[in-house]
Design a protein around this ligand. Sequence first.
Ligand code: KMH
Ligand code: ZN
Length: 297
Amino acid sequence: MTSNSSVAARSAGAPGPPARPAAAATLITVAPTGAESDKAAVPALPVTLDELAATAIGCRAAGAAVIHVHIRDADARPTLDLGRLKDTVQALRESTDLIVQLSTGGAVTDSFEDRLAVLDAAPDACSLTCGTVNFGDEVFANPWPFIRELYARTKSAGVVPEFELFDLGHVATLHRLLSEQGLPHGGHVHCDLVMGVPGGMPGTVAALTAAVAALPSGATWSATGIGRTTLPVMLGALGAGGHLRVGMEDTTSFARGRPVTGNAELVERAAALAGLAQRPPMLPDEARVLLGVSSRS
Ligand code: KMH
Ligand code: ZN
């Protein structure tokens, strides 16, 4: 397993400022659905269990190693229904070897109680957002007591958290969390920079550089840019040695005036760019080692 201390040890002794070793392969996470897009407006959005399983299979073939999951109800509305979450984890495990990461962010309307209960569905991993952020016309609420409680519960449930960072202040909260409660289950800190949300940090290379420089020593990171910031953030992340998150949660346009036809084409594009950068996609088993997620066998 790549622990924080081993990464730090590999960096030790190098002249100049502490180096972040460039990753040899690229972890690609697909976020296929999200809670914000409307199925009627975006027909290619996977909202049923069958659509989600088919998406997982296609994205795994295209190079994804992790799936970040939001689910919908029978009317395609966002839900955190525990029975549906459990069925989803099971169905995704039966259809692929992808690491199943459930969203604890849900929709901006979800209660803290329901968001904490997501862990009862026993996923491999979960998202854990490190602060409140304006979210378009809404507020995505993550006050410190909730963050601290969710983190403590990931540890007792044996679920590996991915720290979602929408703003530079969220990085400061991540440091506070780690100094108060120590390393996460699995022993490794992996972050996801979610950039370009209206209200969060912009999806620019300058913001990416500032956020990466502030991360805890030994942490690995992915980045995703919302909407039209998708490509600049992806190219910047590859250049800076980071990993990638793509998917219809974050963008529903493939190019100007051309809607995404399915999540797999977003993964295919990310995998092609990662290959050009000489950092081909990581397999799920390799991602388990990187992230400290136990193997299923
Ligand atoms: N849907 C957003 C309000 C997460 O998945 O943890 C929150 C979100 C973050 O998507
Ligand atoms: Zn999400």
